[in-house]
Design a protein around this ligand. Structure first.
Ligand SMILES: *Cc1c(COP(=O)(O)O)cnc(C)c1O
Length: 380
């Protein structure tokens, strides 16, 4: 039986050719033409002025926060429903992550919840455009502006997503992208900081490279990092970037096909695309409710037996024992929406390379399982 993976990269001849070029010419570390071309190309793709390549989405986030000078004593508000790297990046700066609940339809941070969490120590809002859907940027930008807070975007899952015709990664002061193997485009491991602010871009560039003084080699301005992407990674990234619009279109088409095939099954909530938003469907994320018959975990098990790999939603950050121990969330706080969706959400196979007949097969299995459990209930 064929296994349909939840998400796989699509790599081609262009990537191979570029990598071979790096090896043949010995440009294998972090200098070389592909780095510059990839950075320039990615900035252009986002309609941003500056892009700075890093070793991962996590290091891109840390670099973004460090470039803003976020440090001990500061508080950073972020959604509890995200990947742990968002929280880790704040912890690296010694600042305190402050969690906020999310919206039910997009799974993104709820602007009203951000406002409730602002204190005198709040320095920044770190939003996450989750699963490919942009956050509701109007109110979030207003909150940042009215409270004089930095706005940082974790766009690791949403390359090319748009809100009000503008690409994610360009709404805030600075943003971070990931090029991990399952993201919209990949460099194996890798990340990118994006900004329109010249001072921030300069600081990020210096910090990522040991904080070398640009004027004098082997003089260091502060505690620097080595977050340098290699030319080999950038060579892959550049080839991927040439295809990114095609990849996004394919993901959107796959999502529309899923929508069509699953829309009449009771108990399945399909992913949304809000007005004035463009979802790039990094993951095709669905919710199950009681009407479906099977629980999320039961459905996942049955799909696995039919060769279909799926994933649970993230475990919210306030549910992580380690973060609780650090005092990141207190028992007095509640996050009802995050708790609710994380217990009944899953994503179906969502890779760019997914075929039409894969999606038809998956939808057919889900339909059959739904029918089966309904009929069994009927017999009681
Ligand atoms: C993938 C991801 C990251 C981290 O990116 P890496 O490249 O794996 O370090 C950060 N935030 C979110 C929301 C992600 O999905």
């Amino acid at each position: 039986m064929r296994q349909i993976p939840v998400c796989e990269p699509v790599l081609g001849r262009e990537e191979l050719k570029n990598v071979a070029d790096c090896l043949k010419t010995n440009w294998i570390s972090s200098k070389g033409k592909y780095i510059q071309e990839f950075e320039k190309g990615f900035a252009k793709f986002c309609n941003a002025k500056y892009a700075i390549a890093t070793t991962s989405g996590t290091t891109a986030l840390h670099l973004a926060l460090a470039s803003l000078g976020i440090s001990k004593g500061d508080e950073v508000i972020l959604p509890t429903f995200t990947m742990a790297a968002t929280v880790f990046s704040v912890l690296y700066t010694q600042a305190k992550p402050v969690l906020a609940d999310i919206e039910l339809d997009t799974f993104n941070i709820n602007p009203a919840e951000i406002e409730k969490k602002i204190t005198k120590r709040t320095k920044a809002i770190l939003i996450v455009h989750l699963y490919g859907h942009p956050c509701e940027m109007g109110p979030i930008m207003d909150i940042a502006k009215n409270n004089k807070l930095f706005l940082i975007e974790d766009a690791a899952e949403s390359h090319g997503a748009e809100h009000m015709g503008r690409k994610v990664g360009t709404f805030g002061d600075i943003s971070a992208f990931s090029f991990y193997a399952n993201k919209i485009i990949t460099t194996g491991e890798g990340g990118m900081v994006v900004t329109n602010n010249k001072t921030l871009a300069k600081r990020a560039k210096i910090l990522k490279d040991m904080a070398f003084d640009p004027e004098k080699r082997f003089l260091h301005l502060e505690t620097g990092f080595n977050y340098r992407m290699t030319n080999i990674q950038a060579a892959i990234g550049l080839a991927q970037l040439k295809k990114i619009n095609d990849y996004i279109n394919r993901r959107r088409h796959n999502a529309f096909l899923y929508n069509q095939l699953l829309e009449n099954i009771a108990g399945i909530v399909l992913p949304t695309e809000r007005l004035r938003s463009k979802n790039v469907y990094w993951m095709y994320a669905i919710l199950l409710n009681k009407k479906f018959g099977f629980s999320r975990d039961e459905l996942r098990k049955h799909l696995m037996q039919r060769g279909i790999e799926t994933r649970d939603f993230f475990i919210p950050m306030h549910r992580q024992p380690f973060f609780k121990k650090l005092g990141i969330s207190s028992i007095r706080e509640s996050f009802p929406i995050a708790d609710d969706i994380s217990s009944r959400g899953l994503y179906l196979p969502s890779g760019t390379g997914l075929k039409v007949n894969d999606i038809q097969y998956i939808a057919k299995q889900i339909k059959a399982l739904h029918k089966l459990v309904k009929n069994e209930n009927y017999a009681y």
